[in-house]
Design a protein. Structure first.
Length: 757
């Protein structure tokens, strides 16, 4: 195990300004925190964070990163807390360690391959500081190096995760060497036989082709020098895993693999790419069918390059990839290239504070590797930063804000859902499935019940509760940010209205049919659709509800001989003397109400009476509007058919009702479901003297009786008295009366009455 002073020396070797005391403190703290813990190999646990730190010293990283490496497992695996880390090592290191703890808690295992990309994005989003990812990759590398001590099933799981998530991430970050090593370990454990075969074969080839890479590099340089071109050339032998995956993907044998040697030629301009191609093809014989121009036709992921295969100096097939510097960074760093370089340019543009070197960090990240070193992108980033800007901004600008426009959340079963920032559980529900969105009634985030318009955060686990009978209200459109959710809500609201109108039309027809002793059925009406010039039953029913088609016309179409009877029946009903009689609760409806004495026996309907259109509640299966002043179960009510609006429901005493001719009145009846009670609107007027505390006392009475105040207006009628108009929501008439009586009993209230405006 590396000794304390050895670690400090290693860091000081590349960064003399590193904080020695800090490193020592972290070493001792981590060693004590892990105490007697052992690794699977039997080695002391502390050897692991120490090795991770050592890997990072090879990358010449700053002291904060090394300290983070030492501490990276203490929060999750020991008694240590974030607060303690903050206190002892400062909030910067605290945040870095916290990032690693968060990653560790993520279960990235055995997710489907198509989700791997999302998981990489999630890792990056959660990390927020590039050093968290660097420590994580070093952590993974050390775990892969020591994988032999794990149980076989863990080996497989960890190796799969490494291949799917971490190796591509390392590649994306431009850390090709790290990627190669991760892939090599994973390949070895996942497919030992293939690994052995490929490795042996590569070894054989290497011996046979000793010095070939250097030879080809030199040849390329020379022939391009001869035509006056300065280029960068890098050649490498393919690694076992990439050779293997190419063989597996293309179903070819090792012998057929022409591109075990691949060379990159990097030039300044697109024009140069074609010039290099011309020179290469002139010098070496080309292999037919291997030329691909991804410059004029980029791949879907924006990859651009010219690929060709030639027969090289030793009659060995050699693949050449020719590209510009920009194309190269996109190929190597993918999304990161855009974001990082964009950031770097932005910083550069600021131009302020040039050159004031910020000790540890800037120096530590200036790599001395050859130009083609694997951490080139980091070095280039640092160089760009050092050139014309304030190096202190380094941290800020290396923070990975690549995926700031996205959040990644999980279903309870672990499925990952990517959403735009600002998304709510409702967006999440629609992203899972439109049916889930349409039925969503409430949401739990990380086990906690939250409003359905809560903004989701990275890593949230979201559970959606659904109800089959639920329809998303049109207003929910404003609670979502995804187009998918928005259009689904719009569609659902439209469908609901269509259904409501069809149901209303059906009810109107049922009443009309019953009135002449006929029984209504959808089938009977469907048969006459062509005669009524409607394509579907729902269309026709909705037209009836909107008063565009008279019920009488439908009757006439279904049973012409009965149409005359229908007309007479209609006239009888419309006689004012009779009209009074049918404005009442039907017995059936009354029985459903939970009312005390609200249903008056004086108006019990005769048995032959036609049942009215059922009014279930505010959220009806039909379009129902409660008129000003409202109406509550127990009230006698009248409906008025309002074209385009549905049924307007009036309390029988509402003065507004008198504005409509009796012909337009329709028979309605309460049909409240006692299982799902709903509140109904009612308006009261309360007159009270202007004294402090009056309003509170009134509200208190209403609240204690279980009423809701929906609206409150003050009408100052006299200087010392105020009339309050209070919009209430109550269960029924008995409930409303209880509130009114409760208010009357208060000394501060001088007058209470129900009003209809
Ligand atoms: Mn670890």
């Amino acid at each position: 195990m590396m000794r304390q002073y050895e670690l400090v020396e290693r860091v000081q070797k590349y960064d003399p300004t590193a904080d020695e005391a800090l490193l020592n403190r972290a070493y001792v703290y981590a060693m004590r925190a892990h105490g007697n813990q052992k690794r699977a190999s039997g080695a002391p646990y502390f050897s692991h964070p120490l090795e991770v730190a050592a890997i990072l010293t090879d990358l010449k990283l700053d002291d904060a990163t090394i300290v983070t490496a030492l501490l990276h497992d203490v929060i999750e695996d020991t008694d240590a807390t974030r607060a303690e880390i903050d206190q002892l090592f400062g909030p910067e290191i605290g945040a870095l360690v916290d990032g690693l703890t968060k990653i560790k808690r993520l279960d990235l295992v055995s997710k489907k391959a198509e989700q791997a990309e999302n998981f990489r994005k999630l890792l990056i989003a959660i990390s927020s500081d590039i050093r968290v990812l660097l420590v994580k990759l070093a952590d993974r590398l050390h775990n892969m190096r020591t994988l032999e001590h794990m149980k076989p099933e863990s080996r497989k799981r960890v190796s799969e995760e490494t291949l799917e998530i971490y190796a591509p991430l390392a590649g994306r970050m431009g850390m090709q060497a790290l990627r190669d090593e991760l892939e090599e370990h994973a390949f070895r454990w996942l497919n030992p036989e293939a690994y052995q075969t490929v490795t042996e074969k590569l070894h054989e080839l290497r011996e046979r082709n000793e010095g070939l890479v250097e030879e080809i590099e030199a040849a390329l340089h020379k022939m391009l020098d001869d035509v006056g071109m300065k280029v960068e050339v890098s050649g490498r032998e393919k690694k076992p895993y990439s050779v293997w995956s190419k063989m597996a993907n293309k179903q070819i044998s090792m012998e057929q693999l022409s591109d075990i040697y691949a060379f990159r030629v990097i030039v300044d301009t697109i024009d140069d790419c074609y010039r290099v191609l011309g020179v290469a093809h002139q010098t070496w014989r080309t292999v037919p069918g291997r030329f691909k121009d991804y410059i004029s036709t980029p791949k879907q992921n924006n990859y651009q390059s010219i690929h060709t295969t030639v027969v090289g100096p030793r009659h060995q097939r050699v693949e050449l990839q020719i590209r510009t510097r920009d194309m190269h960074s996109v190929a190597e760093y993918g999304v990161a290239a855009h974001a990082l370089y964009k950031d770097a340019r932005k910083v550069n543009g600021n131009g302020a504070n040039g050159g004031s070197a910020n000790g540890a960090l800037s120096k530590s990240l200036v790599f001395t590797d050859k130009e083609s070193g694997p951490y080139q992108w980091l070095r280039r980033l640092v160089e760009t930063l050092l050139e014309g800007s304030n190096p202190e901004e380094f941290l800020e600008h290396t923070k990975l804000e690549l995926f700031q426009d996205q959040v990644f959340c999980f279903t309870p079963k672990g499925r990952l859902i990517a959403l735009p920032r600002g998304a709510t559980p409702l967006d999440f529900a629609y992203a899972v499935h439109t049916d889930v969105g349409n039925a969503a009634v409430s949401a739990y985030v990380n086990g906690r019940h939250v409003p359905i318009d809560t903004r989701l955060r990275n890593g949230d686990e979201v559970e959606i509760k659904t109800s089959k009978t639920h329809t998303p209200p049109a207003a929910w459109e404003s609670l979502v940010v995804t187009g998918r959710a928005r259009s689904a809500i719009r569609r659902a609201a439209r469908d609901a209205i269509r259904r409501q109108y069809a149901e209303l039309g059906r009810r109107l027809l049922m009443s009309a049919f019953e009135r002449i002793g006929e029984s209504y059925s959808d089938e009977r009406v469907k048969k006459v659709l062509p005669r009524l010039a409607h394509k579907s039953l729902d269309d026709l029913l909705a037209a009836v509800a909107r008063n565009e088609v008279a019920t009488e016309d439908v009757l006439r179409a279904v049973a012409p001989e009965l149409a005359a009877t229908a007309r007479q029946a209609q006239q009888r009903v419309d006689e004012p003397s009779k009209a009074k009689g049918w404005l009442r609760l039907t017995r059936a409806a009354t029985n459903k109400l939970r009312l005390g004495g609200a249903s008056s026996s004086e108006s019990d309907p005769p048995a032959a009476r036609v049942r009215g259109i059922p009014i279930r509640g505010v959220k009806n299966d039909m379009p129902v509007l409660f008129e000003a002043g409202g109406a509550v179960p127990g009230d006698r009510i009248v409906g008025v058919l309002a074209p385009g609006e549905g049924i307007r429901v009036f309390q029988i005493h509402s003065p507004r009702l008198q504005e409509f001719e009796h012909e337009r009145w329709i028979d309605v009846a309460w049909d409240v479901d006692p299982e799902n009670p709903e509140r109904f609107p009612a308006l009261i007027s309360v007159t009270a003297p202007n004294r402090p505390g009056t309003l509170a006392e009134i509200a208190n009475v209403i609240g204690q009786s279980g009423g809701n105040i929906d609206n409150l207006k003050m009408l100052r009628r006299a200087s010392d008295f105020t009339e309050l108009r209070i919009g209430l929501e109550v269960w029924d008439l008995a409930h409303l009366n209880q509130i009114i009586n409760g208010l009357k009993a208060k000394a501060v209230v001088s007058k209470v009455e129900r009003v209809f405006e």
